[in-house]
Write a new protein. Structure first.
Length: 79
């Protein structure tokens, strides 16, 4: 079984703990909300990529778009 990968939200929360910032009940609630938001965004991004890029281009000879290119186009990473 493959090890579970750590999300950015989980990394940030663990880093806060390592730095001695003990989580309050309110921070734990924000952490749980952030994890859910991150999950929804990852699922949404994947579905959008599949629907807009792969499905649309399935009849094309080849699609030059990579996931990273699609992310940059969609979310404007370096703007």
């Amino acid at each position: 079984m493959k090890n579970k990968e750590q999300t950015a939200v989980e990394w940030f929360f663990m880093t806060m703990n390592i730095c001695g910032l003990l989580p309050t009940e309110e921070i734990v609630e924000y952490y749980n909300q952030a994890k859910e938001m991150e999950k929804e965004r990852m699922i949404g991004f994947t579905n959008k990529y599949i629907n807009e890029e792969l499905w649309v281009n399935c009849n094309a000879i080849e699609s030059d778009s990579t996931v990273e290119q699609y992310y940059e186009k969609t979310y404007g990473g370096n703007k």
